[in-house]
Design a protein around this ligand. Structure first.
Ligand code: FES
Ligand code: MG
Length: 585
């Protein structure tokens, strides 16, 4: 039996004065002294849901089942709020708040009388923010996702979160639908409580949390309104109490092997391009070395097995009924790829957990030998414009291949005329400007959209072609930028470019009209001008002007790193394993 840190607040024999002070206020809503001094684990429930955070709002109800589980197992639950992060609500971008929620949660976990924590996750950044904090503090922690919404339907076919918005925008631009129909399409994709039902960033990150071993198997995929979701909440509450008794901490679960498993699963599910920075950030806070090179080394050759939008066809309900993450991991285990010895929060190994899993629908979760696509992982590009940029190969469409590649069956090299936008506002103002003469051979660039430039990094690299091109049937141009793109987008952009223009990257010196060569086999993107010309343009760059709208934006910009290394606040990474290294506050 480990000594509980909460007893240093509630039952310190050497300091009755402080014990009395700590105790009395927690009694004032009905908890008894006997409970708080019983030596029962005190379990935090990190509540990410609220009216402002609808993707996670369901957790307000699920918390009751979590508490029932905690009580049943002999623990005492204490629910507390996490800074809200709503992907679709926060301006200028929810990405700005991932590190803020992280910092806040670290302070709560470290500074209050908690022995373990249930991390309620869901909407995109809530999952990495919670896992980063648990990693830093290294207190027993378990993930409970809220689950995807039910499948959306519009006019007799599936309407997936985000993906239907990208389609609706194109149809509106082409004049095929009007404003009202566009709004109806959007609403149809959100039929119930829960987070995005496509394999966007939310379902990707919750699936990867499960692949890391941080949630009970099948947790990620259960749709929010299903009865199994409430049952999973109860089981998660039960389990965290024993995890405290076993001292099963995040550092024992989130090992290098666990991160390699997550990368394997990321390729197999066709995960969001937001997954690499988030997973790298979690790894850095738990003290595991993980780089973009690991993504390519471990993940690139892995086939895509999950047939979900945006890369595939189906949505969350089908994914769950087909077996969810365990069925995917079983395929990877049988193929000899999965690191089966990695530990799960259940206390068993991944191999033990996956033994009984099996795909229940082989069109939704394909056998390893009949994938939707081979070599479905991320490509890491570099060149004279940037050190690294990520490309999700699973969404390179036949149309794109036919337009840009000489042999559509093979990824090869292409050149294009650069069209450069200074950010999303500039893009929206000028994309239909006839003088730009944008044609199907152009490459669209967007800059000043990285962590420092935006700030937070904007999901804008998936730029829609001009209306005129869409009307002619050109649905995607090659796009490159120092921002991110939505995980629900099927655009084969090169994004997360690091260093960003605002941090000294060469994207800043690009001019509209420049020729750029993209060589996919060599994984290079190069501006076709001389080194002397590059140096001259760098010397002529005007000084950077950044406009901070809030105090946090100023703090964030002063400390944040690049997307290639997780966009962490660099000074925070040194603080690790706080429960054991920093002692009691
Ligand atoms: Fe919250 Fe997609 S917007 S999960
Ligand atoms: Mg997003």
């Amino acid at each position: 039996m480990v000594k509980l840190r909460s007893q240093a607040w509630f039952d310190d024999p050497h300091d009755p004065g402080m014990t009395a002070l700590y105790l009395e206020r927690y009694l004032n809503y009905g908890i008894t002294r006997a409970e708080l001094q019983s030596g029962r684990p005190i379990i935090g429930i990190a509540q990410t849901g609220s009216d402002l955070a609808p993707c996670n709002r369901h957790h307000l109800m699920l918390a009751e089942r979590v508490k029932a589980g905690i009580r049943e197992a002999g623990g005492i639950p204490m629910e507390f709020p996490v800074h809200p992060i709503q992907e679709t609500g926060k301006r200028p971008t929810a990405a700005l708040d991932r590190n803020l929620a992280y910092l806040g949660l670290v302070e709560v976990l470290f500074g209050y009388p908690l022995d373990g924590v249930v991390l309620t996750t869901g909407c995109d950044k809530t999952t990495p923010a919670c896992l980063m904090a648990a990693a830093t503090v290294n207190m027993p922690a378990i993930v409970l996702s809220g689950g995807p919404m039910l499948d959306g339907h519009w006019k007799g076919r599936l309407a997936g979160s985000g993906t239907i918005i990208w389609e609706g925008r194109q149809r509106l631009a082409a004049g095929e639908i009007d404003y009202g129909e566009f709004m109806d399409m959007a609403a149809a994709s959100a039929p119930s409580v829960g987070h995005c039902n496509t394999m966007g960033t939310a379902l990707s990150m919750n699936s990867l949390a499960e692949a890391l071993g941080m949630s009970i198997p099948t947790c990620a995929s259960i749709p929010a309104p299903y009865r199994e979701r409430g049952q999973m909440a109860y089981r998660t509450g039960l389990r965290i109490v024993d995890m405290v008794r076993e001292d099963l901490t995040p550092r024992k679960v989130m090992t290098k092997e666990a991160f390699e498993n997550a990368i394997l699963v990321a390729s197999a599910i066709g995960a969001s391009t937001n997954a690499p920075p988030h997973l790298i950030a979690i790894a850095r806070h738990v003290g595991v070395e993980l780089s973009l090179e690991d993504w390519q080394r471990v993940g690139h050759d892995v086939p895509m097995l999950v047939n979900c939008q945006p890369a595939g066809q189906y949505l969350g309900e089908a994914f769950h009924r087909a077996g969810g993450v365990p069925a995917v991991m079983r395929e990877l285990l049988d193929a000899g790829l999965l690191r089966g010895g990695a530990l799960s929060v259940t206390g068993r190994t991944v191999a033990e957990e996956m033994a009984g899993a099996e795909s229940q629908d082989r069109d939704v979760i394909r056998p390893f030998t009949e994938p939707l696509m081979t070599e479905a992982g991320m490509l890491v590009m570099s060149g004279n414009l940037f050190d690294s940029g990520v490309m999700k190969t699973s969404v390179i469409s036949p149309e794109f291949r036919a337009r840009y590649l000489s042999n559509p069956d093979d990824l090869d090299a292409f050149e294009g005329r650069a069209i450069v936008f200074e950010g999303p506002e500039d893009y929206h103002h000028r994309i239909n400007e006839p003088s730009l003469q944008i044609d199907e051979g152009c490459i669209l660039f967007i800059r000043n959209c990285g962590p420092v430039g935006y700030p937070g990094s904007a999901e804008v690299v998936n730029m829609q072609p001009p209306d005129e091109l869409i009307r002619r049937g050109v649905h995607a141009l090659a796009c490159i930028g120092d921002g991110r793109q939505s995980g629900t987008s099927a655009s084969p952009s090169i994004l997360n470019v690091s260093p960003e223009a605002a941090a000294g990257g060469n994207l800043a010196i690009l001019h509209t009209g420049d020729r750029v060569r993209v060589d996919l086999p060599k994984r290079r993107v190069d501006l076709l001008v001389s080194d002397d010309e590059i140096a001259a343009r760098r010397a002529a760059l005007p000084p950077l002007k950044l406009n901070n709208q809030t105090p946090w934006q100023a703090l964030y910009r002063g400390t944040v790193g690049q997307l290639s290394t997780g966009a962490c606040m660099e000074d925070t990474v040194a603080y690790q394993d706080l429960v054991h290294t920093a002692g009691l506050p």
